[in-house]
Design a protein around this ligand. Structure first.
Ligand code: WTA
Length: 660
């Protein structure tokens, strides 16, 4: 306990201590898209003086079927970018390379989890595969505007499925393969999906995850689905429901080899992706075509400083926004060679990632701080066995990276020579918002540094007033950007209220941040009740609802506690139904509740710790004071302000419960 409270007290100290600055090598700068801080600052200033001109120039690097008439139409909170413009992102990611000089360049370099399984798919081949998959979907009557859920593992067909939807204008809703049946059903129902694309099973650490079976379970509660397309991957037997279920390989074999790209309006929805909020069910954030395509394209080009010969590897699953923007759309729009790995980093052993980097000469590597902390824990010997000299640039995303992990990443993985781009962004922002341009911006371990061109973040108080350099505040964005989410699916009011009402005139990110004297941004984590477990956002509400759905649970409050490995770990305070409290084995019940949550939401949401308590501390208006619980879970005591507590005895009792 001492050391943990010492830890939070250390926060200031460690940032003060963190005055190391790393400048990119001359060699790196010489070849970079932007090669000095002065050049960055000058181009940034220009982009902010006239963002519409800046983004229009960027958009000109994509293929359009029809030009836009206006760059931006902004009526808070509704943005329209590239008004009247027509384009198709599958065309931009595939056709324009396949029909040009990159036809024989590898688009997807896929590494299966079982050792030895690999596939190289050139842009020409990808063009063929995507057209067949798109024709297959059309043959099922799926077309523009239809919602299609995708629940697959990291196979090339997952990327192909996403691109095929984009090609025909169907709105994809990718559901991470780790989610459980009820989470799938909620998402499918929310968007009224007409089809689900899935696999028999997927590989994870050598065992089979039964995806199709989970889909079957989910669809018992999701009547909108007319078709299920099943990719054969593991060969595990699955039940096929006649009329509804189709094998991927059979559909594609009979499909037309040619399938024209649907001309999409710049503001036509491209996809829905669900993310956790503080209250209620997950929000389906809607991204549209034009602005999203432009910003993911441009940020990939500049932040990863892409070169034609790069082998680019972003380790994110396509089920998260990072996979959407930086495995599929951004890098493919740039004509990059994208490495995609199917499985776990520690299978068959702890050196799998390093072995892949060595074998395939990966040059750009983008991963999450939680993964880096796991690598550190597994030991340097797994890294040192491998030649990582092909790497030239490293990236991180998903949560703040602690300086220790940053330095380890730089030294052990980057050999002290690769710049690190710490990229801050969100599902809602669609693309990278704050990150160093690696040939231009000196980096400080733990800071995401400076904003991307055309993006204007600020650190403010509740009234929207900027706070002085060095103090903490709320991170907001002052003006619209092209890849911003346009709405919450089916609930525009929730969109306005969640993001555009807290701080007048600004987009509120939900994150706290501090800006230093050099203008560098230091992210300080969420200021709301969202927990970030291993770089994935979970709403406290979702976990609480799952707990309360258990017959023995009366009430639950869930908070995050700092965790060395996961960033945050879930601690659940639970009050039981009286009968349950009196009877039975409480230890066994704790285990049962952990399993229950994993089953309801997915393993990611499994609480690290369950604490039973008689009462939960609440405000007079009945809101659970998670701040106090957070403090209790973290430091073991409560020192904060308690004047809004409704029942003062609740705290005392809570402490007693802790001690008992
Ligand atoms: C956190 C992931 C600090 C932040 C792309 C944000 C970060 C949330 C960083 C979004 C970073 C992401 N430094 N914190 N570089 N990147 N975050 O929607 O709290 O899964 O609001 O998008 O992750 O998570 P999401």
């Amino acid at each position: 306990m001492e050391s943990q409270s010492g830890n939070s007290g250390n926060h200031l100290e460690s940032t003060l201590r963190e005055n190391r600055i790393f400048t990119p090598s001359e060699e790196f700068c010489a070849q970079a898209h932007v090669s000095s801080l002065a050049e960055y600052r000058e181009r940034y200033a220009r982009s902010i003086a006239d963002p519409e001109a800046f983004w229009a120039e960027a958009a000109g690097e994509l293929d359009w079927f029809a030009p836009w008439s206006r760059v931006l139409d902004w009526q808070l909170p509704q943005a329209k970018w590239f008004v009247d413009g027509k384009l198709n992102l599958c065309h931009n990611c595939v056709d324009r390379h396949a029909l040009g000089e990159r036809a024989d360049k590898t688009a997807l370099l896929w590494v299966g989890e079982p050792t030895g399984e690999e596939r190289r798919i050139s842009y020409r081949e990808l063009h063929g595969e995507v057209q067949k998959a798109a024709s297959a979907l059309r043959s099922l009557g799926i077309g523009k505007g239809d919602r299609v859920a995708i629940y697959m593992g990291m196979t090339p067909e997952l990327a192909i499925a996403v691109l095929a939807c984009a090609r025909i204008g169907a709105i994809h809703s990718v559901i991470f393969g780790g989610f459980a049946a009820s989470a799938i059903a909620d998402r499918v129902n929310d968007a009224q999906c007409v089809a689900v694309l899935t696999q028999d099973g997927s590989w994870r650490r050598g065992t089979e995850i039964p995806l199709k079976q989970t889909v079957d379970q989910a669809l018992e509660q999701a009547p909108s689905v007319r078709h299920v397309v099943v990719l054969r991957r593991t060969g595990t037997p699955v039940a096929m429901q006649a009329g509804r279920d189709h094998w991927w390989h059979e559909l594609v074999a009979g499909a037309d080899a040619v399938c024209a790209s649907e001309p999409m309006d710049a503001e036509d929805p491209l996809y829905i992706l669900y993310t956790s909020g503080t209250t209620g069910k997950p929000k389906g954030l809607v991204h549209t075509t034009g602005g999203y395509g432009v910003q993911t394209y441009l940020t990939t080009k500049f932040v990863f400083d892409l070169r034609e010969e790069d082998v680019y590897w972003c380790t994110a699953d396509i089920g998260w926004v990072t996979g959407h923007s930086y495995v599929v759309y951004g890098p493919l729009a740039n004509g990059a060679t994208v490495l995609m790995y199917e499985g776990a980093p520690n299978f068959p052993d702890f050196s799998r990632f390093w072995q892949i980097i060595e074998q395939h000469k990966v040059s750009v590597f983008y991963t999450a701080p939680t993964a880096i902390r796991a690598f550190i824990k597994w030991g340097d010997e797994h890294v040192e066995k491998h030649d990582l000299s092909s790497l030239r640039l490293l990236g991180t995303v998903g949560e703040p990276i602690n300086p220790e992990a940053w330095i380890w990443y730089r030294d052990k993985i980057g050999g002290g020579r690769c710049p690190i781009v710490d990229t801050w962004w969100q599902t809602e922002t669609g693309g990278i918002m704050v990150a160093p341009l690696p040939g231009a911006v000196p980096t400080k371990p733990g800071s995401a540094t400076l904003p991307f061109f055309g993006v204007e973040p600020d650190v403010v108080d509740r009234s929207g007033k900027p706070v002085p350099a060095g103090s903490g505040g709320l991170l907001v964005v002052r003006r619209p950007w092209p890849s911003m989410a346009r709405t919450v699916y089916g609930d525009p009011e929730r969109y306005r209220k969640t993001y555009w009402s807290d701080v007048p005139g600004c987009y509120f990110t939900g994150d706290g941040a501090r800006r230093d004297e050099d203008g560098y941004l230091w992210l300080m984590g969420r200021v709301d009740d969202v927990i970030n477990v291993s770089g994935h956002r979970l709403g406290t509400m979702e976990v609480e609802s799952a707990l309360v759905a258990h017959p023995k649970v009366a009430e639950a409050a869930v908070v995050g506690r700092p965790d060395d490995l996961k960033g945050q770990a879930i601690v659940a305070f639970v009050t039981l139904e009286t009968a349950a409290r009196a009877a039975g084995d409480l230890e066994a019940l704790k285990q049962e509740l952990k399993r229950w949550v994993a089953q309801e939401i997915g393993a990611l949401a499994r609480p690290e710790e369950i604490r039973f308590t008689d009462v939960l501390p609440k405000t007079r208006s009945g809101k659970i004071m998670r701040r106090l619980l957070r403090e209790l879970a973290t430091t073991g005591k409560i020192a904060g302000d308690t004047t809004t507590l409704e029942d003062f005895s609740a705290l005392a009792r809570l402490r007693e419960d802790e001690e008992s």
